[in-house]
Ligand binder design. Structure first.
Ligand SMILES: O=C(O)C1=C[C@@H](OP(=O)(O)O)[C@@H](O)[C@H](O)C1
Ligand SMILES: C=C(OP(=O)(O)O)C(=O)O
Length: 428
C-alpha cells in the first residue's frame, strides 16, 4: 500500500532545490540519442517516467552512462537506432509514449510500445491520426485507440497539421517525426503549449520556426533530414515539483521557503501568475537563461489567498499544477472557477474526478464541471484518508493539503510519487 501519514505542521523554513524538469529530462535523452556523438546532461530527473525513456533508448542500442551525477548519452545519428529485442515499456509515461511514437514511426524496424494500466487507458488517436497522415503505420493493438501500440517501418513526409488541443506531446511527436523528412512539417495549436522540444532542437543546431497567427493560434515548423550536434544540457528544477513546496509554504502558518534554480519558461510558469493573482506572497529572484530555458529562485511565504477565475490560454501553462491549485483554492477566500481544462480528464487519472472526490473527503466545497471545477473556500480542510489512484500529482497535492488540515491525513498508494519526485518525502 505504501501509505504515508501527514501530521499538520507550521513554521516551514529553509532553502531547497527541486529535481530536474521531467519534460526536459525526457527530451534530453531523446535528442541526445538521435544526435551524432555524446551529450552530457546535468540535473537529470531520475524519476520512473524518465528512467522508462532511458530504458527504451538503451533497448534500441544507445549507450547511456552515469558518472558523478552526470548523464552521458552517446547518440548514433538520426538513423542510428536499432530494432528493440522486445516490447518498449513506457510504464506510466504519456510523454514517453507519444514523443517516442513520433520517432518510431520513421524507423526502418517495427516496434511495440506498452505501458501500465493507467497509461494503456490514455488516448493515443491524437498522435496516431497525424502520424498516419505523415505516412506512418501505427495502430492500437486492442483497437481501442490506446496503447499497446504497434508501429511498422515507415517513410514519412511533411504535413501541415492543425491540432485541436494545445498539447506539447502531440506537437513534439510530429516535430520529432518531421526530423526524418526533407520536407517541412508544421503543427498549429490553438495556444502555445510547452516549447521545450523547440528550444532543445535549436540547442542541437536545428532550425525551428514559431509564428503567432492572427487568430491567436501558433504554428511551429521545421524541415528535417539534418543531423543533430551533441550538446551539454543543464536541466533546471521542475516548476511542477516546486508547485508542491510553494503550496506548502503558502498554506502553513509562519513559513518561508526559498526554492532555488526552478525552470521559469513562460510556457510553464502559469502557476506563479495564478498565485500572484490569488494574492500569494511569492517573488522570483536571480533570473537567468541557459539552453534557451529561463530559470530563477522563488521566495514564498504564508499567505491569505483569494479565489479567482482560471481559464483560457493560461491552462496549458499550468495544466499539471491544477491539483495543487485546487487544494490552495479550497481554503482561499471566496470562489475559484477553473475552466477550459478538459484535458485533465485524460491524465494519469481523470483529475477533475480524483481532485473533487479527495477535496470532498477533506470537507472541501467543490463542484466538478465538464471542463474544470468550482471551489468555494472553507475555513480549514479536515484530515482524511486519500486515495491517490496511483496518480503522482494527486498524491503530492493532497500530502500538502494534509500539512495544513485539521487532524492527520493518510495518502494511500504513495509510491506513485516516484514518477516525478522520488525524494518528495525526504524534502517534506
Ligand atoms: O510534453 C510534455 O512533456 C508534457 C505535456 C503535457 O501533456 P499534453 O501534451 O497532453 O498536454 C503535460 O501534461 C505532461 O505532464 C508533460
Ligand atoms: C500528465 C503527466 O505526465 P505524462 O503525460 O507524461 O504521463 C504529469 O506528469 O502530470
Amino acid at each position: 500500500m505504501n501509505a504515508k501519514t501527514i501530521i499538520p505542521k507550521s513554521n516551514l523554513k529553509g532553502e531547497v532545490t527541486v529535481p530536474g524538469d521531467k519534460s526536459i529530462s525526457h527530451r534530453s535523452i531523446m535528442l541526445g540519442s538521435l544526435a551524432c556523438g555524446t551529450s552530457e546532461i546535468t540535473n537529470f530527473l531520475k524519476g520512473s517516467d524518465c528512467i522508462a525513456t532511458m530504458n527504451c533508448f538503451r533497448q534500441m542500442g544507445i549507450e547511456i552512462k552515469e558518472s558523478q551525477g552526470h548523464i552521458f548519452v552517446t547518440g548514433k545519428g538520426l538513423r542510428g537506432l536499432k530494432a528493440p529485442a522486445s516490447i518498449l515499456e513506457v510504464e506510466n509515461s504519456g510523454t514517453t509514449t507519444r514523443l517516442l511514437s513520433g520517432i518510431l514511426a520513421a524507423q526502418k524496424f517495427p516496434s511495440i510500445l506498452s505501458g501500465d494500466s493507467s497509461l494503456n487507458r490514455r488516448p493515443m488517436e491524437r498522435i496516431m491520426t497525424p502520424l498516419k497522415e505523415m505516412g506512418g503505420t501505427i495502430y492500437s493493438i486492442k483497437n481501442n485507440g490506446c496503447a499497446p501500440l504497434k508501429i511498422e517501418p515507415g517513410t514519412l513526409h511533411g504535413i501541415d497539421y492543425v491540432s485541436k488541443v494545445a498539447s506539447a506531446q502531440v506537437k513534439s511527436a510530429l516535430l520529432l517525426a518531421g526530423l526524418y523528412t526533407h520536407e517541412e512539417t508544421t503543427v498549429t495549436e490553438p495556444t502555445l503549449s510547452r516549447n521545450h522540444t523547440e528550444l532543445m532542437l535549436q540547442g542541437y543546431g536545428h532550425d525551428v520556426q514559431t509564428q503567432k497567427n492572427s487568430d491567436g493560434s501558433y504554428s511551429i515548423s521545421l524541415t528535417g533530414a539534418k543531423e543533430l550536434q551533441p550538446q551539454k544540457i543543464d536541466i533546471p528544477g521542475d516548476i511542477s515539483s516546486a508547485a508542491y513546496l510553494i503550496g506548502a509554504a503558502l498554506l502553513t502558518k509562519n513559513s518561508e521557503l526559498l526554492i532555488q534554480n526552478v525552470g521559469l519558461n513562460e510556457t510553464r510558469s502559469g502557476f506563479i501568475d495564478v498565485i500572484q493573482k490569488m494574492k500569494g506572497n511569492i517573488q522570483v529572484l536571480n533570473e537567468s537563461i541557459s539552453g534557451g530555458e529561463k530559470r530563477g529562485d522563488i521566495l514564498v511565504s504564508s499567505s491569505e489567498l483569494e479565489g479567482i477565475e482560471i481559464g483560457g490560454d493560461v491552462i496549458p501553462r499550468l495544466i499539471d499544477e491544477i491539483p495543487m491549485i485546487a487544494v490552495l483554492a479550497a481554503t482561499a477566500k471566496g470562489t475559484t472557477v477553473i475552466k477550459d481544462a478538459r484535458e485533465l480528464k485524460i491524465k494519469e487519472t481523470n483529475r477533475i474526478d480524483t481532485v473533487s472526490k479527495n477535496l470532498s473527503k477533506m470537507k472541501g466545497n467543490v463542484i466538478p464541471t465538464e471542463d474544470g471545477m468550482i471551489i468555494e473556500g472553507v475555513e480549514q480542510l479536515e484530515g482524511a484518508s486519500i486515495n491517490s489512484h496511483f496518480d503522482h500529482r494527486i498524491a503530492m497535492a493532497f500530502a500538502i493539503a494534509g500539512l495544513a488540515a485539521r487532524g492527520n491525513t493518510t495518502i494511500l498508494d504513495s509510491k506513485c510519487i516516484d514518477v516525478s519526485y522520488p525524494d518528495f518525502w525526504n524534502v517534506i
